[in-house]
Structure formats: C-alpha cells, structure tokens
Ligand binder design. Sequence first.
Ligand code: BJW
Ligand code: ZN
Length: 239
Amino acid sequence: MDERLEGARKALRHAHSIAVLTGAGISAESGIPTFRGPDSLWQNYRPEELATPQAFARNPQLVWEWYDWRRGLIAAAAPNPGHHALVTLAERAQELTLITQNVDGLHDRAGSSGVLKVHGDIWDLRCMNCRRVVRDTRVPLPELPPRCACGGMLRPGVVWFGESLPQDVWAAAETAVSRSDVFLVVGTSAVVYPAAGLIDLARDSGVVVIEVNIADTTYSRSVDFALHGPSAAVLPALL
Ligand code: BJW
Ligand code: ZN
C-alpha cells in the first residue's frame, strides 16, 4: 500500500490536468447508504427496482417516498474528509475536473465548484408536463408526489436506468477525462454505464488511473494504482 500510495502521490504531483470520478462510496462515511452492498436496501426494495422510469410510472408515490427519505438523510449529513480533500486537490492542481455520479450535492457543500453531475441532482425537481426544473430543498416535501405550478407531477431531477445522461455534462466529462494526465476514481463499483466507461476511455487515452475503494472492482487489476481503504482516509493521505 505504501509504495502504491507513493506512486499515486507522485503521479498527482506531476499532473498538469486531473480528472476525478466519484461514486456513492465517497459519501458512505457521511452516513449515506451506497446502492450496492449490505446497507443498500430500503423497505426491502433494491435501488435497481426503484431508480427506473417504469417504477415511477407504476408507483410514483413509492418512488417519491424513497427519494424523500434519502433527501432527509442527505440534508442531515455533512461532507467528510474525502470531499474536502478533493477541494484541496483542486486548489493545488493546475486543472481539475470533478465528475460525480452522486446526486447528493455533498461536493458542492464541501466547496467544490463546477461539479459535473452526470446522474443529476436530488434537489432538482422536473415537471413531467411542462419540463420546467425547480430547485426544492424542503425536507420532507409537504406533498408526495410534489406538483408543479402548472399542475403537472414533478419527478426527481436524476437519471434513471434506461435514460440518457445530460448531453452537455456528459460531453464535458468525456473531454476532461481524455485530456487529463491522471484520472482518480473514487468509491464507485464501476458497474453502471456509461459512467464506468470513462475508466476505459482514460486507459485508451494513456491516462494514469488511480482507484480508491474499500473493495476490489472489475477495474482494480487493470488500473495503475489501486488504493484500498475508505476514501475519507485515503484521499487526505494522498495529499
Ligand atoms: C467505498 C466506501 C468508502 C463503499 N470509501 N469506497 C452497457 C452494458 C450493460 C448495460 C448498460 C450498458 N450501457 C448502458 C447500460 C444500461 C444501464 C447500466 O449501466 N446497467 C448496468 C447496471 C448493467 N445504464 C443506463 O441505463 C444509463 N443510461 C444509458 O445508458 O443511456 C443510454 C441508453 C438510453 C436508452 C436505452 C439504452 C441506453 C443510466 C444509468 C443511470 C444510473 N442511475 C443511478 C440512480 C441515480 C439517481 C439516484 O441516485 O437515485 O445512479 S443507479 C445508481 O448507480 C446511481 C449511481 O450513480 C450509480 C453508480 O453507483 P455507484 O456510485 O458506483 O455506487 P455503488 O453502490 O454501486 O458502489 C459503491 C462503491 O463504493 C463500492 O465499490 C464500494 O466498495 C465503495 N465504497 N464505502 C471508498 N468508505
Ligand atoms: Zn409544470
């Protein structure tokens, strides 16, 4: 570990441009459950059964209850040393692009700016009727499902399975990764595409890849530096 940590440190220090991809694992130590793994269940539902347009069409009330519960957890949580370390890294780097799959907004609250949220934002609500996006941070929401001023039903402003990612955000993420010298991948199982494909893109572009995770992923063996441990400890140690 120490040798790998030193190698990863050196790569970061010499990098002109850094791209970072985070997943649910970076917020785990803020008390927010990840999607896959032992603590991911909510009322016996798996996230894969709830984070789909089909589930929402079938039972918007149920899906909204899940999101309202998560909004409560997130509102009560705070960014952890992992989120803060990425703010410091951005300050030191000549160029850093932070890409997150997380919808929790904890990077923003830690002080990161220009975060590319490829799966949307849990505090944005989008009207199914007029498409308007409204920001609503009330917890709990007074009415489920919430309604737009136009009378239409609001949905969480996030990306569900089978839906496309926001095009401009995704394009910016691909550009940042392919142009980076080092790609730091933190707390993601890397099973959800196209986000996980950014790791392939980095490797194809000759970018040095550093992975931080408490467990092995399918990418661990092929990255340049796989650092095992909780991100709230490993990221500060990397700096
Ligand atoms: C720690 C830690 C600590 C814990 N420290 N680490 C190619 C092949 C097969 C399928 C597909 C494919 N391309 C597309 C698909 C379909 C699908 C997909 O990927 N399916 C796979 C699951 C098989 N993808 C899509 O549908 C995407 N859209 C798309 O492709 O559009 C094009 C298209 C359109 C129409 C038709 C066809 C194609 C959209 C994906 C949207 C994902 N949405 C969600 C929900 C977001 C809203 C919400 O939050 O509710 O995004 S699902 C969920 O998974 C969420 C996450 O962002 C995402 C990734 O999860 P993440 O972050 O990796 O979390 P976990 O829990 O999986 O992992 C946590 C990790 O942390 C673990 O590794 C732990 O070890 C680690 N960890 N504690 C460090 N302290
Ligand atoms: Zn509306």
